[in-house]
Design a protein around this ligand. Structure first.
Ligand code: B12
Length: 216
């Protein structure tokens, strides 16, 4: 039954069948399934699959946008649940997160923000297409220990490097750690630009954020 829900949820996200996806998520939660499992085992693989289909020219941008909307509707239900599932590791550390300017992809960033919040971090989510200046201002105002930068386009990855340079120029670099991620971002890129941490997915993001805080 639970496996069946995971399969059908993945299909509903891919087919952009928002009502059905919401219904399946509600049913899964009522059956006692973990929100984290519904996200990681159904929704994320579906988005990855869509990316592959798009790359192969099997689907087009409007279809992708509808699936992204479906994913957001599902995440609106699952995010608060994920928070209550993981509250025990609470920390008072503060994190500012956003997708860098020029880049509107926010699904992965929101997932990382939700998982960090679920892990007990205080998270200020600046959204997508965030001016680099704003990251600096908010990091200082919020007294963040970590700034998380998401980039999904090879062209916007450079914003991650620019932000690290900007923090250094403003003498904020010693005060705040920088974590980077997003589909085209790699550990190698993170090292190259002098970031303090990299996470391939939301789970790793939480693990790395905890390490950075402990290392403080
Ligand atoms: C959904 C999607 C869209 C949606 C976005 C909806 C939204 N609100 O986010 C829409 C349809 C709007 C869209 C638009 C575009 N897209 Co698009 N999109 C995708 C797609 C299929 C999936 C992205 C996604 O949501 N994945 C699911 C999430 C959960 O995964 P994720 O984002 O990778 O995040 C995970 C990790 O990367 C990591 N992570 C993410 N951020 C961070 C941050 C930190 C700090 C850490 C530690 C970890 C971390 O954890 C997350 C959770 O596990 C990708 C394909 C792909 N393979 O990524 C293309 C893709 C990213 N898009 C692409 C392109 C080209 C575009 C457009 C330019 C298309 C166009 N011609 O207009 C525009 C972008 C306009 C702009 N200025 O930003 C290309 C980028 C190519 C490139 N190399 O630059 C891709 C790779 C598709 C492709 N293969 O060609 N897109």
């Amino acid at each position: 039954m639970q496996e069946d829900i995971l399969v059908k949820l993945g299909e509903a996200v891919q087919a952009a069948d928002k009502n059905h996806a919401v219904e399946l998520v509600t049913r899964g939660l009522n059956l006692g399934m973990r929100a984290t499992d519904l996200v990681e085992r159904a929704c994320i693989p579906a988005m990855q699959n869509l990316g592959d289909l798009w790359e192969e020219g099997e689907i087009f941008l409007p279809e992708l946008m509808l699936s992204a909307e479906t994913m957001k509707a599902v995440m609106a239900i699952l995010t608060p649940r994920m928070a209550t599932e993981q509250k025990e590791h609470s920390t008072s550390a503060r994190i500012v997160i956003g997708t860098v300017q020029g880049d509107i992809h926010d699904i992965g960033k929101s997932l990382v923000a939700a998982m960090l919040e679920a892990a007990g971090f205080q998270v200020r989510d600046l959204g997508a297409d965030v001016p680099l200046e704003k990251f600096c201002e908010e990091a200082a105002a919020f007294q963040a220990q970590i700034v998380c930068l998401s980039a999904l386009l090879t062209t916007t990855m450079m914003g991650q490097k620019t932000l690290i340079d900007m923090l250094a120029q403003r003498e904020l670099r010693q005060k705040v750690k920088v974590m980077v991620g997003g589909a085209p971002v790699s550990r190698r890129w993170a090292e190259e630009i002098g970031a303090d941490g990299y996470g391939e997915n939301a789970i790793e993001a939480v693990r790395v954020a905890r390490q950075l805080i402990q290392g403080n």
